[in-house]
Design a protein around this ligand. Structure first.
Ligand code: NIG
Ligand code: FE
Length: 398
């Protein structure tokens, strides 16, 4: 068979799927997850070309037996910080003995990252990527933000861009140590020479809008400058305290406001009124012993919610989307269906992508096979390595 997307070549059917999550409401049970029981998926080249009931699957060149297990879209991890060196075990230990989390710890990783070679940074990145892939992540975004000089930010983005299209310039993570006494000069650098060096390597621009990092006016100046250079905004917003980040994100049509832990009713209303996705990062609340974001409140208000790892050495050193799904279900008021949607289609929405996060004709053949009969087991069996197969762009990689 040939597809409408122009792919040609060998076709493979993955059959005997007990539960297929398509995220296409026009398929299967009509829910947002578009669940098809006793299902099959046909792959041709790097794309899905057919999904439906196994008994109706077209003839193909090859066949894979899913063994009565669940298949869902590969996870779309729309928020991570993977270009760094060193770790912050001591800081974590101190937090677990009662110390609080602040933005200042970022500078520890900045020092280690600046001291690392390109090869060390890339080796670290690829290690985390293969860790994430083994846990079902097939699309990931990652950021700079641990260099904070023109050269160190640009090299972080160059290294990241060799591994993903979803690269974010986060020169405005914190004010660099060299500019501690002159934040305005650092904002001028971030919006000037550093932006010029970084924009060619990135799709997105991000700001940590928070006490101890950048205020609303600085964030607006930085994101506006990035937009003028063709970068699209996303914001670390309302993580540690209430603040202007979420409403600024909606005002600037940012693809995503990330964290959203401390929200006023006006913040929730703003998110519900625009196209900005609320990306929740429960690994951060877990690892900083902070209050959980209220996913239920956002969902009930009609906000699009994504779930991501925020994998970084300070506030959330996990690359596991399944772990975040389990936390979101247990502690943030999400149902298993909602959490799985948010970790797949929600992540895709936070990256403004329609070619990932769903298993439907035309989408990339990015699939996760679970050693379980349904996706609900991701929350029901927390901490268990359920991912037993991963296809990325039509190729089985796990
Ligand atoms: O998303 N909030 C800002 N950035 C990261 C933390 C980075 C760090 O502590 O190194 C976050 O949680
Ligand atoms: Fe982050």
């Amino acid at each position: 068979m040939s597809s409408s997307t122009g792919t040609t070549g060998t076709t493979t059917v993955i059959g005997n799927i007990a539960t297929l999550v398509t995220n296409d409401p026009s398929l299967g049970d009509g829910s947002p997850l578009g669940v098809v029981r006793d299902a099959a998926v046909v792959i041709e080249g790097d794309r899905v070309v057919w999904t439906g009931e196994s008994s109706k699957a077209p003839a193909t060149d090859n066949r894979v037996d899913a063994g009565g297990r669940a298949v869902l879209p590969g996870f779309v991890d729309s928020h991570s910080h993977l270009v760094f060196a060193g770790d912050r075990t001591e800081e974590f230990n101190a937090r677990m003995s009662g110390r609080g989390y602040t933005a200042g710890g970022i500078r520890t990783t900045v020092a280690a990252t600046r001291a690392a070679t390109d090869e060390e940074l890339e080796a670290n990145l690829t290690r985390f990527l293969s860790e994430a892939l083994r846990q079902g992540t097939t699309t990931f975004e990652t950021k700079s933000g641990y260099g904070l000089t023109v050269a160190d930010e640009a090299r972080a983005l160059r290294i990241a861009a060799a591994h993903t299209d979803e690269v974010t310039y986060l020169g405005a993570h914190v004010v660099s140590p060299e500019h501690a006494d002159d934040p305005a000069a650092y904002v001028a650098l971030v919006t000037g020479e550093m932006l010029d060096a970084c924009a060619p390597h990135a799709r997105w621009i991000d700001v940590f809008c928070e006490k101890g990092a950048f205020d609303g006016d600085q964030a607006r100046a930085i994101l506006t400058a990035g937009r003028a250079k063709g970068l699209h905004p996303r914001i670390h917003a309302n993580q540690l305290s209430y603040g202007p980040g979420v409403q600024l994100a909606v005002e600037l049509d940012a693809a995503s406001a990330d964290h959203c832990t401390h929200l006023t009713d006006a913040d929730v209303d703003a998110l519900a009124s625009g196209d900005t996705v609320a990306t929740l990062l429960p690994g951060a609340e877990f690892s900083t012993r902070a209050e959980w974001p209220d996913a239920r409140r956002l969902l009930d208000a009609g906000v699009t919610v994504a779930l991501s790892t925020d994998c970084n050495p300070g506030s959330s050193f996990t690359s596991s989307v399944p772990f975040c799904v389990a936390l979101a279900v247990r502690d943030m008021g999400m149902t298993p269906d909602e959490a799985v949607w948010s970790a797949t289609a929600g992540g895709a929405a936070a990256l403004r992508r329609t070619d990932v996060g769903r298993v439907a004709p035309g989408a990339y053949a990015d699939l996760t096979l679970l050693d379980a009969p349904s996706h609900v087991h991701l929350a029901y069996r927390p901490g268990v390595p359920l991912v037993s197969g991963v296809w990325r762009r039509g190729v089985r990689v796990v």
